[in-house]
Write a protein that binds this ligand. Structure first.
Ligand code: P70
Length: 470
């Protein structure tokens, strides 16, 4: 163990320890079922952690989506829901919060992130156009493809190497992008699909320098840049921590500056924005907004509720303001990093550097004996559950799906199992228990057999696919 890892997080930041900027007012009991019961539950779930009952899960690290704890203020806001069909007061509070903190002009609520992805894809992609982006995200790419777009990965090569400790692994490779634009012509590029942070790469950030340069390049060719802002607050934290000139700026300032280089954004508010359900879409261009405002009534709901209750929009308005507080973000990313550092010290293979929302286990290095089509990351998620009742998520070949043209699996270089930390929910002691379980599963790695897929749905197969042991 190195000296630095024996220090508390606060000491590593050169000051006394810090802690979460809240205390706990209400608790929800956890349940840990026996090993035999877990085995039964896992077989019933077809070795797919999405199909487990939450009741059978001890520590739930499936996702940070909608699983965070709301504050007392947000719960108080829920009581102020104005459930009018049109023009709810909560809509205006929500609209003002997005305008204030993200800086975009025109805002639409949606039921969650993929609702917004659906609308922007329909409005901004013409059949056959390319959509370059910094690594795919499952729902994002699917909506782009359903709208006739062709997603092309433009992330820097470092992002595909789980062991490469690069500070901004989410960056776009601008040379690759310019080559694509020159080859295909600017008119054949729908827009640049930029995500901050990059979920599938391990929660890795994009630098301010990269988005600025992207803006310049896109302006030269007249191409729009739309941002997946789902975890952009966490991205802002990494800029504050790692990029020259930003140490003295607040998360809120950094967030707003970053967004100012983009033409609009879609959001799964279930992450950064600290709500259990909700999303939004924001653009600066009035004509595009008019089209989106028209589409939202077809697929989501009237443009002042977009599939949400008034109370949900109020919770989101308050959540947005809370989410950009520096001490909140530091504690949030700090907890993820605590788990990552423990695993690093213990020699468990994880993606480096540790990202904003999760620790990603490198399943290839757990199970070198398994071929990728024996689902190493799915296997690892199953083994974690068997060992300790901890639920994680596959982010490898099952998530990547199939190439719509050839019908073959996509074979992503990253074969990862995600331990996703919900916001404001678990304690440091829970993180210790998780790390111990990862270590136990790693110790048993040589005896572990892979899986075969026995049921495969057509869209987003990882959600409902079923597996059996080889
Ligand atoms: C997760 C969740 C959702 C998400 C995201 C980014 C960067 C858009 C969305 C969609 C939930 C999820 C979704 C698909 C597969 C597995 C899990 N990510 N962009 O756990 O938002 O879920 O609100 O429609 O991460 O990472 P929404």
């Amino acid at each position: 163990m190195t000296q630095s890892n024996l220090q508390t997080m606060g000491q590593q930041f050169g000051r006394r320890s810090w802690a979460e900027p809240w205390k706990i007012k209400m608790v929800e009991p956890l349940r840990l079922i026996s090993r035999e019961e877990r085995e039964k539950a896992l077989i019933e779930a077809g070795y797919n952690t999405f199909l487990l009952k939450s009741e059978d899960v001890y520590i739930d690290l499936l996702t940070d989506s909608g699983t965070g704890a709301m504050s007392d203020r947000q719960w108080a806001g829920m009581m102020l829901g104005d459930e009018a069909y049109a023009g709810s007061r909560n809509f205006y509070n929500f609209e003002a919060a997005v305008q204030t903190y993200y800086g975009y002009k025109y805002i639409l609520p949606t039921h969650q992130g993929r609702g917004a992805e659906h609308l922007i894809s329909l409005a901004a992609i013409k059949r056959g156009q390319y959509v370059p982006g910094n690594m795919y995200f499952t729902t994002t790419r699917l909506h782009q493809e359903l709208a006739g777009g062709i997603f092309v990965d433009m992330i820097i090569d470092e992002a595909h190497d789980p062991q490469r400790p690069y500070p901004f692994k989410g960056n776009i490779d601008l040379d690759k992008l310019e080559t694509l634009i020159k080859r295909e012509g600017a008119e054949n590029i729908a827009y640049v699909s930029l995500a901050g942070t990059v979920n599938m790469a391990g929660g890795q950030p994009v630098s301010m320098a990269n988005v600025k340069a992207l803006r310049e390049l896109s302006d030269r060719y007249g191409i729009k840049v739309f941002l997946d802002a789902t975890r952009m607050v966490e991205n802002a934290f990494f800029i504050q921590e790692r990029e020259d000139g930003y140490a003295g700026k607040s998360i809120a300032e950094i967030l707003k500056e970053f967004c100012s280089y983009t033409d609009g954004a879609w959001m799964s508010a279930k992450k950064d924005n600290l709500v259990n359900i909700g999303g939004w879409l924001a653009v600066n261009d009035w004509t595009l907004f008019e089209e989106l405002r028209n589409l939202v009534v077809v697929f989501e709901g009237l443009h002042t509720y977009g599939g949400l209750a008034g109370r949900d929009m109020e919770a989101m308005a308050i959540g947005i303001a809370e989410s950009v507080q520096d001490d909140h973000v530091r504690a949030r990313v700090g907890q993820v990093r605590y788990l990552g550092e423990l695993l690093t010290v213990w020699g468990s293979p994880i993606v480096q550097p540790v990202g904003g929302h999760a620790v990603f286990l490198d399943a290839r290095r757990f199970y070198p004996q398994l071929r990728q089509d024996q689902f190493p990351a799915q296997t690892l998620a199953a083994e974690m559950y068997l060992d300790s009742g901890i639920r994680s998520m596959e982010r490898g070949i099952a998530s990547a799906g199939r190439d719509p043209k050839t019908g073959d699996h996509y074979y992503p270089r990253l074969e990862l199992t995600r331990l996703t930390i919900p916001r404001r929910v678990y304690t440091q002691a829970h993180m210790d228990v998780v790390a111990e379980s990862v270590r136990a599963v790693y110790d048993a790695r040589e005896q572990t057999r892979g899986l075969k897929m026995v049921y495969e749905p057509k869209y987003l197969r990882f959600f409902q696919a079923r597996f059996e042991r080889l």
